[in-house]
Ligand binder design. Sequence first.
Ligand code: TXA
Ligand code: MG
Length: 357
Amino acid sequence: MIVSAYVFSDGVELAPDAIAATAQALRAGQLVGLPTETVYGLAADADNATAVASIFEAKGRPSDHPLIVHVAAFDGGMSGVAHYAGRVPAFAQQLMSAFWPGPLTLILPRRDGVGAAAAGGQNSIGLRCPAHPVAQAVLAALRQPTAGEPVVWGVAAPSANRFGRVSPTTAQHVHSEFADRPDLLVLDGGPCEVGIESTIIDCTRGAPVLLRPGAITSEQVAAACGRSLVTPEELDAQGQAAPRASGTLESHYAPNARVRLMDAKALQQALDMLGTDVDKSPQPGKSIAVYSRAPLKTSARQIELRRMPTDPAVAAHELFSVLRELDALRVKLIWVETPPDTPAWDGVRDRLQRAAA
Ligand code: TXA
Ligand code: MG
């Protein structure tokens, strides 16, 4: 069931009833599709172990893969941090001041006895203070309950997709991803502005470690805390195993079609080789989709050509939607032009490489 988080009258305003109903459902231990500025999350009360277990079940996600806990923006998110996290290093504090609320997740030492189920049994916890006004309104309502209701400190929310699949960036995506649960409440906050998941920085190893690139680049992170970032590979080389993160599994974010990355020249050569006859089967429809920044040419009717935006932020914003649209054409292959090897493209390049793996 999709419920709009907004009322549209003279302008656009938050719908208080929809926010209250969502907070109520979360308090009752139910799952909710929640908009954030990155992607939609499948949310539950982070301190309710039964509710958290139902997230893993709904996603088909292994229960030892930790979830991100989302906290309200009071005190810049600090009271939520104090509830879930133990010692917060100074550089992590600087990152919160610089980027919260926003698309940055920090892995911090977990306080004993809190959020264990959400953390998938790890002694750390991933915390994020999202910037989306709808997410913040729900988190604020949970933190300021009416008399007799318990305070909910945070909401565990992985991306609202089945394990290994493409993350949802609209309420409709969430609804179709969980088509077998038509009663799932999905709060519609519009299309996600960022479009790819948050940047994840592990703050438990003395220096900031980049676990997942996102809209906030490693350069921005390094500049904000005055420390250079360590990669998981460098940690491995030092004999310290990098923590487990499903968003860092080699194959993830995968559509049904096979994704292949190529440079523009190789793409055009491949199209030229196909000529006009891609598929001699009488079946109508497209066989191959191409998603490139460069303008390409083909005379084959069964090829769907789509242009990738040249601005990395715009490309991120539409990436998962485009992958879903191309999948809906039932193409067998999606050929994508490899994004530039620059920091601004790290997030998009990472998601595409995993979709292709
Ligand atoms: O933008 C986002 O981060 C979205 C929205 C909904 O906030 N959430 C998201 O969650 O992408 P998910 O579960 O799909 O990815 C979270 C990643 C996983 O790869 C998980 O393993 C890692 O964060 N993670 C969470 N807690 C962790 C911890 N304590 N240690 C290491 N990795 C952790
Ligand atoms: Mg995910």
